[in-house]
Design a protein around this ligand. Sequence first.
Ligand code: CTP
Ligand code: MG
Length: 230
Amino acid sequence: MGVVALVPAAGRGERLGYGMPKALVPVDGVPLLARAVRGLLASGRVQHVVIAAPPSDVDTVSTVTAPLAQAGGAVHVVAGGAERSDSVRLALEHALREIPDTSIVLVHDAARAFTPPEVVRAVVDAVAAGHPAVIPVLPVADTVKQVDANGVVVATPDRAVLRVVQTPQGFDARVLLRAHESGLHATDDAGLVERLGVPVVTVPGHQDAMKITTRFDLAVAEALLARPGG
Ligand code: CTP
Ligand code: MG
């Protein structure tokens, strides 16, 4: 059973505004991408990592991530695409072409650099137990409103049945390929799979698996590292 993690890291990081791809932005001297890959390999469940890098930064990303392979997994770097879904598809095609026995695929944002290894293990183990699609989730803390085009509230969904979705999202490799070949569109990989009619199950996520999007999030990440035992 081969477990391959795809890491979309080809975004420009415009909201963070660092003038470099977000994946390469350091926190305490270590780029977000390196932290994300390290967490995947530390789970002990991932044999290969395929990173989708910004096309102009493939060499830099290879240099930054090559030493991580010593942590017990092979690291591959491919050029990403214009949208996140293109980057995932390019990494998936590489995995299915180049890595024999790819049966379980994780998709994990480089921007979720502090995801604890136990979340990775929970996702892999649920896919290995026979669930074709698995996502880590958290309860919703705020009340959520649905609004119309004018910003007027039209509904208040019951918060108790809502979840916030994180990564890594885990899939049977054939199911994820079918989802990406379907021509459907969704804001995440599980959304694509859901549209195929495949059941998507949830496992507990973790607050540390937050996505780093803005300067505020980066400040939170720095605070995470400053915790005792950080
Ligand atoms: N991503 C990617 N390929 C793209 C766009 C995004 O691989 N064409 C990746 C990002 O590198 C990130 C993840 O998808 O790891 C989630 O995207 P997001 O948080 O939006 O990151 P960026 O696109 O880099 O940020 P921004 O939208 O602020 O430019
Ligand atoms: Mg983006």
